[in-house]
Design a protein around this ligand. Structure first.
Ligand SMILES: Nc1ncnc2c1ncn2[C@@H]1O[C@H](COP(=O)(O)OP(=O)(O)OP(=O)(O)O)[C@@H](O)[C@H]1O
Ligand SMILES: [Mg+2]
Length: 477
């Protein structure tokens, strides 16, 4: 059987309260009983002492009056009902007793006789004398080390029993009443405290892909539930962002593919209507091939992105000698750079090993070098460096190119984002290079940073965690 949190909270609360009230009641009654008992014991003990001096002469003679009760009443003012006195010979024989005992005796057990013989006073509570228990003290009278008599004084515990009866009822009533009130209040408080949870549940049920813009509106103190609601809202916000990104991405991708297709179609249609010369048709075919290559490039880049995304979750990884990859890629890019009259300089290359797929790193480095060369004017310079710093391989590409404005900087890693669409289209860019870079860097636990000034140039810095095991392997070879 499962209970709701609300029921469980209330049950715990009420149980705890009941247990503590019962404990309190028990301790309270016990202490009270002890106090009463010690008072009663003192009283009967002092009556017994007085009796000793009255009925026994200093020489040890027992002088018993004829009417025991009259003596008691007259001299001590002891009302005999409920108070009992009994005088025993040392062997336990009853010598005299108050009339309040009627035909009953205060019990004389062997243990009393034995204890009294040792000179000890014995207190006990007996239940055989009347309707109510009786507290009895048995005191020895010893003269010249010889027991002369035993004085027993008893008093009924009627009053005490009545007090404790009433106390029991009062405590029981209090406990029951407190538990009932506490359950009601606890139930109400639990409902009040847990209401936001219900709201969150209802809200969460309502939210679907179409209503991701909805947020939980929970007011109240900065407590666990508000944090839960905030966390939930953040999660929905992230989902919304991802959904929007996917939508945007699909729209952008279709648009990017549609543009070359439209161009292709227009050119072919016009050529079919007007061109008849082989020369003319040839140039149309060449331009068509360019558009097809562009589409091919877009589709390849998209596939690349999808692959990096998939690898992120599967965690594919070997070691990669980043320095070698950088060298290879620089060789490759230099051909284009030389054509554009751009110098590519290696400032520093340290041997470093990082964990991950060499193919991906190769792509990452190529995309950055490609951008540096692509967005730098003739006679510009590109500086490359690779070094180890604080457990990271730090790869830096610095160019003296066109730079990126502050407004564009936050978006350059977005898919299909290009600062100048018309110009980059001429240069062949689709705006996927940097988003692929970021995906790769993210999937290996690194980061990529950019600093740029419009008209002056840009610096892209990639940090990739070093592979320490791999490093020791290079050191051996
Ligand atoms: N080194 C750079 N200098 C100046 N602008 C840059 C540089 N690198 C990137 N950019 C800007 O950021 C945009 C996005 O770069 P990204 O590499 O993602 O796309 P792309 O180069 O246009 O196309 P792709 O790399 O997919 O062929 C570029 O269009 C360009 O405007
Ligand atoms: Mg690029």
């Amino acid at each position: 059987m499962t209970f709701s949190i609300r029921t469980r909270l209330t049950l715990w609360y009420v149980t705890l309260l009941a247990v503590s009230l019962i404990c309190f009641g028990l301790v309270f009654s016990y202490v009270l009983l002890k106090i009463f008992m010690s008072r009663i014991d003192r009283e009967i003990s002092s009556v017994a002492n007085i009796m000793i001096h009255t009925v026994i002469t200093p020489s040890g003679q027992l002088i018993l009056p004829k009417n025991f009760d009259i003596i008691l009443e007259r001299f001590f003012g002891i009302r005999t009902s409920g108070n009992y006195i009994q005088i025993l010979a040392p062997d336990g024989r009853i010598v005299a007793r108050s009339s309040s005992l009627k035909d009953r005796n205060l019990p004389v057990t062997d243990s009393i006789i034995e204890a009294v013989e040792r000179g000890e006073t014995v207190f006990e509570t007996v239940g055989t004398v009347g309707r109510y228990p009786v507290r009895v003290v048995s005191k020895p009278v010893i003269i010249d080390k010889k027991p002369v008599a035993i004085i027993q004084v008893g008093t009924t515990l009627k009053g005490l029993e009545e007090i404790f009866h009433s106390l029991g009822y009062i405590l029981l009533f209090d406990i029951v009443a407190s538990v009932v009130i506490a359950s009601a209040v606890g139930w109400f408080l639990a409902r009040k405290a847990l209401r936001p949870v219900d709201e969150i549940t209802m809200m969460a049920r309502r939210i679907s892909a179409e209503s991701l813009n909805e947020r939980l509106d929970i007011k109240g103190p900065q407590d666990e539930l508000l944090r839960l609601a905030d966390t939930f809202n953040e999660m929905i916000a992230r989902l919304e962002r991802s959904f929007n990104q996917i939508r945007q991405f699909t729209a952008d991708a279709s648009h990017e593919l549609k543009t070359p297709l439209t161009v292709l179609r227009g050119e072919i249609e016009v050529a079919l209507r007007t061109e008849s010369s082989v020369e003319g048709l040839r140039s149309v075919l060449e331009s068509a091939l360019e558009e097809i290559e562009r589409m091919n490039y877009i589709v390849r880049s998209l596939l690349e992105l999808a692959r990096v995304d998939a690898e992120k979750t599967s965690g594919v990884g070997t070691d990669a000698r980043l320095d070698r990859i950088v060298m290879d890629r620089i060789e490759q890019i230099r051909k284009f750079a030389v054509e554009k009259g751009i110098r590519v300089d290696i400032l520093k290359i340290e041997p470093v090993v990082v964990k991950g797929d060499p193919l991906r790193f190769s792509q990452l480095i190529f995309n950055l070098l490609d951008n540096a060369v692509k967005y730098t004017h003739r006679d510009g310079r590109v500086d490359v460096s690779l070094e180890e710093r604080d457990g990271y391989a730090v790869f830096k590409v610095k160019d003296t190119g066109i730079g990126i404005s502050k407004d564009d900087l936050p978006y350059i890693f977005d898919r299909f984002y290009r600062v100048d669409r018309a110009r980059t289209r001429e240069a062949g860019g689709v705006g996927l290079g940097l988003s692929i870079c970021r995906e790769i860097v993210d999937s290996y636990g690194g980061r990529i940073e950019v600093e740029s000034e419009l008209g002056k140039g840009s610096v892209f810095t990639v940090y990739l965690p070093l592979d320490e095991d791999g490093r020791s392997r290079i050191n051996k070879t």
